[in-house]
Ligand binder design. Structure first.
Ligand code: MG
Length: 359
């Protein structure tokens, strides 16, 4: 039985700003881009969340929800310093640490360095150290797999500590709304709901074959995860920069329909691999090679990370519409997903707005 902790700082960027600038304490603040333009909210303080302000929401929309909202420019150096410090705290207990972002990580404490033995006790000590040394709060989830630990850390935010023991996992999964399952994006969740599948219990009634028939290869993943089966290990190195799938065809493709069929298979592959690696990306690239070996790529970026099959498929189909297919034959198609960094915000550069990535 593995012992996994998922630690997630509470309203991270906003909490650091409120810690460092007393005038922001108790106030609705949004760290991120300016509402004059195409800025988005990176993190909202809990005071702002009461008004419905959320991460990745356009700043302009956030201001409409909360007129007194204070916009704060991000200070990534400050966040990185905190991030380095919390990782140092984690390393007192284990070296098996998998950071997901600056403020979030999985820890495998099956065998901890100090011989404490109890994952719950280690989580308590880590939370306390973060409070004492950094004057910030974190929420922790403790269980025997990554997925369950992650769901648990989100249950009693802020300053939460939730343990889900082995005997409770299946019952817990049954109650969970489908959109909370890892690998189920917005579009798939909508499809599930339209089929009357609202919770883990509903999904559990379907056979593996049914799930594959309705949701492609991801169905196999859903079959396991809905039973709380998640064998993914905590990986201390995360170096994936992009994930891609491509196929060269025996016979060149001519009609858009043929290409849609192949793109559907590729989107399936990419979404499954993203789910397995617990990644979502913000840039999708379509690659296409004509029969004369001339190659072109088209890409699209999003402020919110995506990884769902349907989202990927819809995007590449719309990218394909901007490709010249007149009197052409296609010998290769590929889809790649990249841009797994921390946060994207729109920033003004010259006369045009550009997507800017802060890693
Ligand atoms: Mg967080």
């Amino acid at each position: 039985m593995r012992k996994i902790i998922h630690i997630d700082m509470d309203a991270f960027y906003a909490s650091v700003e409120q810690r460092d600038f007393p005038e922001y304490r108790g106030k609705a603040i949004a760290v991120g881009g300016s509402p004059n333009g195409r800025g988005v909210v990176a993190t909202a303080s809990y005071e702002a969340r009461k008004f419905g302000v959320k991460s990745a929401m356009p700043s302009r929309q956030a201001l409409q929800l909360c007129a007194e909202l204070i916009f704060v420019r991000p200070r990534f150096d400050a966040y990185k310093a905190v991030s380095t410090h919390i990782r140092e705290i984690f390393s007192r207990y284990t070296d098996i640490i998998e950071p997901l972002s600056l403020d979030e990580a999985y820890l495998d404490v099956t065998e901890d360095k100090l011989g404490i033995g109890s994952a719950l006790e280690i989580a308590k000590q880590i939370k306390q150290a973060i409070k004492d040394e950094l004057n910030l709060t974190a929420s922790a989830g403790v269980s025997s797999s990554k997925f369950v630990a992650k769901i648990a850390s989100d249950m009693n935010k802020p300053d939460g500590l939730t343990f889900i023991g082995p005997s409770k996992i299946e019952g817990f999964m049954e109650m969970l709304p489908v959109e909370r399952f890892f690998g189920v994006g917005k579009v798939t969740a909508k499809k599930m709901k339209s089929m009357g599948l609202n919770t883990g219990a509903d999904l559990k009634k379907l056979s593996e074959d049914d799930l594959v028939r309705y949701f492609g290869k991801s169905g196999k993943f859903y079959f396991k995860i809905v039973r709380g089966i998640d064998e993914r290990t905590v990986k201390s190195e995360r170096t994936i920069k992009s994930l891609a799938a491509e196929d060269t065809f025996e016979h060149d493709l001519i009609t858009p329909e043929e290409m849609h069929t192949e793109l559907s298979k590729l989107a399936d592959k990419v979404s499954l691999r993203l789910a397995k690696n617990e990644l979502k990306g913000r840039t999708i690239t379509l690659k296409l090679k004509y029969s004369d070996f001339k190659q072109i790529t088209r890409n699209q970026s999003f402020p919110n990370p995506i990884g769902d099959y349907q989202e990927i498929f819809n995007t590449v189909i719309s990218l394909l519409e901007n490709v010249d297919l007149q009197n052409k034959k296609v010998r290769l198609l590929g889809i790649s997903m990249s841009n797994f960094g921390e946060l994207v915000m729109y920033s003004k550069s010259g006369n045009s707005y550009q997507l800017e990535l802060f890693e």
